[in-house]
Structures are given as C-alpha cells and as structure tokens.
Design a protein around this ligand. Structure first.
Ligand code: XMP
Length: 521
C-alpha cells in the first residue's frame, strides 16, 4: 500500500503545483474551465472534510461561501440564510443608510438563545397598531411582551389575538395578564441559559415563551422554544451557522466610497454610518468598488482602519499583486479578486480591462501570503467544480448569480411563458447605478452625465432555496477534497496539482453523446 502514496516523477511532469503551473503560463490568462485538478492518494471521505476558513482575526466562516453585495442578491433574508448555513451575506449599499442599518439589525436579531431586547408593545395601543407594526417592520413573529412606560412587565400579547378581527381592541383588553406569564429571574439563569430555558420548555408543555425579568419585574429578555430547538439542532449539524461571540448570526455590510460636494471622501458620513453599523453588531464591512487599486478606495480603507482598529475590512476589487499589496498596506484584511468574470459583468467588453479569474487569483494569492491577508474569489462561479478550483488559491468565494434565483434574494418572482424568474442586475448596470451604485464604477449618479454601464440587467430562473443550493455546492466541494485527499482547505491548497485542458478535453468532461433526462441538479 505504501508504494501507492509515493509521488511518481511522471505525475509531476504533467500535474504541476500552482507555482510551477501558473509561472509556466505567465503569457496566458486562464480561468476555471481552462484547467482541471489531478487526483491524489486519499484516506479522506468527502463527508469528513472540514470547510471552515479564517478570513480575518475576528472573522471565521464555517463554509467558505459569501453572497455578493448586489442589490438583487443580498439583503437580510439572504444574509440570514447564508449565515445559518455557515457562510456570510454582505448587505448591499443601494439603499438609504438607515435601511442598511435595519437590514443588519434583522440579521443580528434573527435567532438568539436569549433575545435581550425584545420588541415590546404598550397596554394603550390598539391591536391594529400592532398589526401595522408587524407589516411595516416585516416581523416574522406576532407575540409581544407588554410593558409600562418604565419597562415593567404587564403581560404578554399572544399571537392568537393579534388578528385583524380584533384590530379595534386595546392591547390591555387582550393580553395574558402578568400573573399567568411564565418568567425566570435573570439572576437564576446560571452558566448555561440555553440549557435552563430548554429544561423549562420540557417541563411546561404548550408554553413557547419564557420571559426574563429582574427583582423589580423589569423586562430583560425573552426565550422562544423554536430558537432553543434550533440551537439544539445546530449543535449536531456538520456545518454550524456562523455566529459571533454573543451567538448572533454573522453579517457584513458593503460601503461605497461616498464623496462630498467638493469631490472629497465624505469622512464624516462614512465614519458615522460605519459607527452605527458597528453599534448594530456588523461583523465586517466591505469597501466595494470595481477598481480597488485606487486612491479613493485606499483612503477609505485607511480611514476605517484608523477609526475601527479591530473591525474586519474587506476591500476590492483587484486582479494584480500590486493591488493586493496596496489594499493590505492600507489595512484591509480580506481582498476581493475579480474584474470582469461575473455573470452580469461587461467590464472586459466595455473597458477592455480585467484578467481571467484563475490567473488573477494565483497572482493575488502570492501577494496575499506575503502580506498575511486573505483573498476572496469574486465572480464567475457557475458550478461547484469552479469553487474547488478557486479554493486552491483563495480563502473563500463570493457568488452573485448562483444565489440570485433563490427565493431568499430580494425582488419579486415573475412569470414569463409559464416559467418563474427573478430579476438579476449588475451593480454597474444603468438601472443599478441610478439606484446608487454609480460610485462603485467611478461615475456620478447625475442623469445629465453620460456613463458607460459595465453590467447588464438579466433574469435568473427561480431556483431552490439557499439551503438546497448550498447543499449541492458543499457536496461538490467535499467531493473535490475527497479526490485530492484533503481533510481541510489548507490541505486542498497544498495538494492541488493543475493541468491545462484542451477544448476537446473540456467537452469530454461534460455529459456527451446522450440525451439528458435530468441535469445534475
Ligand atoms: P457572479 O458571476 O457570481 O458575479 O454573478 C458576481 C460579482 O460580479 C461583480 N459585479 C459586477 N461586475 N459589472 C461588473 O463588471 C457589474 O455590473 C457588476 N455587478 C456585480 C461583483 O464583484 C459580484 O460579486
């Protein structure tokens, strides 16, 4: 058996390490379909592979997948789904700053062990007011603690009575009175509040809420049985949700390098907004532009690093070693690599600029290692095999198109000739730039000025939920790692051996000479 593990000299003539392979192709830009990976001796079963990735000191994901900060891809619902699966969603910035703050709050407040600041109502409100609140804030729950003006608990408004037929009734007339509400004193929660709440729900069949109060009956929090059950399930899942130290889901937010009326970076506005994001618990901010190796992006990153020394910062996009060096020196932790590979991008057509993605990743990964920063492969992913190839060089991938057809992506579903679609547009498309993203492409949103769009508006067929899409992609990544004998992503990088494929080789790798009944999905 041992002989099987010995490297064979003949293999190394054909199947090259990243350094040997990409230096040999320094005259040619390569992308995912141009190469394939060689198999290695393996004792690793795909299901046993680990996918966690550390992107910055305070930012580790349990799967190396990020949903793109595009206005047709990531708002709170997508970010929640990504984080629950162990990844990350970065909320786009084509919305008023206040709305971006509330999107981040929705993610951070999604599932807690203890909801420390539950939404409350007062006794003098009408049920109709509560219904309006639920609709306006898009709450997914309808049971609320009722408190007086000093935060003292008066009762619980149960979801059973928050119905339009009771709209004219006062909360005071419909609430479950204080004496019948189940509570626990904060000081009695002990070391493991989740276990305490879990025991309570087991001992009280039919009760789904437990309120936390202090000795003066001031409300301090709320446990719900569904949250506790989800947390218990998570403890057994292979890829746990990405959470912060307070057990809240991770969430990122994108920033644009906003300029003031004099064309200078609007320092006050940017710092105030990021301060508010940090207050809401944002885990990482992304300075997202098409040209990251530029003064405006560098200045923004430097300013943020100075003001928020420990906040993880993503910046981009670049496709050169010098671009990585520059953003790393400015203080970025993770650098987005990709100019023009995206499914809706036209940068290479319009501007004649950009580097095929795998070559760009190789060059960037070299620089990143030296600067001790991480890189994110942004754009161009169309199948799980692309992700495996990307992860031989990058620390995580960013996907737009792969998630844009999911029900969790923003936007309405539309029916065309009996098929269901969602809108998907480049952030450099004319309509997205009008909604605010012009700065990302170095333009002003002024309608009187001519701008050249660098992205298209398109449709994506409605796909499965994020859970199902990610399950497929993760299955593919794990298969790839099994073929390479890689137990984790560091081993994947170390063991990857590349070979260029010819056009005929590419065709050979796809289903051929059959009439396909079902696709792989
Ligand atoms: P995929 O292929 O995953 O790519 O859909 C998503 C990435 O594409 C970038 N992006 C753009 N690039 N013009 C561009 O040249 C655009 O209008 C545009 N919009 C998004 C972005 O990096 C995203 O993550």
């Amino acid at each position: 058996m041992a002989a099987l593990k010995e490297p064979n000299d003949l293999d190394s003539v054909f199947f090259k390490s990243a350094d040997a392979f990409f230096s040999g192709y320094s005259h040619l830009g390569l992308t995912y379909d141009d190469v394939t990976l060689a198999t290695c001796y393996s004792e690793i079963l795909p299901r046993d592979t680990q996918l966690h990735t550390r992107l910055a000191d305070r930012l580790t994901l349990n799967i190396p997948m990020i949903s793109s900060d595009m206005d047709t891809v990531t708002e709170a619902r997508m970010a929640i789904a990504m984080a629950l699966n162990g990844g990350l969603g970065v909320i786009h910035y084509n919305m008023p700053e206040r709305q971006q703050l509330s999107e981040v709050s929705r993610v951070k407040n999604n599932v807690h062990g203890l909801i420390q600041d539950p939404i409350k109502v007062t006794a003098d409100q009408l049920i109709g007011d509560v219904l309006t609140l639920i609709e306006k804030k898009r709450f997914a729950f309808s049971t609320f603690p009722v408190v007086d003006n000093h935060g003292k608990l008066l009762g619980l408004l149960s979801g059973h009575v928050v119905k339009p037929r009771y709209a004219k009734r006062r909360v005071a007339d419909a609430l479950t009175p204080r004496a019948q509400v189940h509570t626990v004193e904060k000081k009695d929660l002990g070391e493991d509040p989740i276990a305490r709440a879990d025991k309570f729900f087991t001992e009280h069949p039919g009760i789904h809420k437990l309120l936390v109060v202090d000795g003066d009956d001031q409300l301090h929090g709320l446990f719900t049985m569904s949250d506790i059950e989800r947390i218990n399930q998570e403890r057994n899942a292979q890829f746990k949700p990405s959470r912060d130290a307070h057990f809240r889901l991770l969430c990122g937010a994108a920033l644009s390098a906003t300029r003031n009326a004099f064309g200078e970076l609007d320092r006050n506005r940017i710092l105030t907004h990021v301060g508010a994001l940090v207050e809401r618990g944002v885990d990482v901010v992304a300075v997202s532009t098409a040209h990251g190796y530029s003064k405006g992006v560098g200045d923004s990153v430097r300013m943020l690093r100075e003001a928020f020394p420990t906040l993880p910062i993503i910046a981009g996009n670049v496709t050169s070693a010098a671009g990585v060096d520059y953003l790393a020196d400015c203080g970025a932790n993770a650098i987005k690599v990709g100019q023009g590979p995206g499914s809706i991008c036209t940068t290479r057509i319009v501007a004649g600029v950009g580097i095929p993605q795998l070559t760009a990743l190789y060059v960037a990964s070299h620089a990143a290692q030296k600067k001790r920063v991480t890189i994110l492969a942004d754009g161009g992913i169309t199948k799980s095999g692309d992700i495996v190839k990307a992860l031989t060089l990058a620390n995580a991938v960013i996907c737009g198109g792969m998630f844009a057809g999911c029900p969790e992506a923003p936007g309405e579903v539309m029916e065309i000739s009996g098929k269901l679609y969602k809108k998907f547009r480049g952030m450099g498309s004319l309509s997205a730039m009008k909604s605010g993203s012009a700065a990302r492409y170095g333009h002003t949103p002024d309608p009187a000025r001519k701008v050249a769009p660098e992205g298209v508006e398109a449709l994506k067929e409605l796909t499965n939920s994020v859970d199902r899409v990610l399950a497929q992609l993760i299955g593919g990544i794990q298969s790839g790692m099994g073929y390479l004998g890689a137990a984790n992503l560091a081993q994947l990088r170390e063991k990857a051996r590349f070979i260029r494929v010819s056009p005929a080789g590419q065709r050979e790798g796809e289903p051929h000479d059959v009439v396909e009944l079902k696709t792989g999905n």
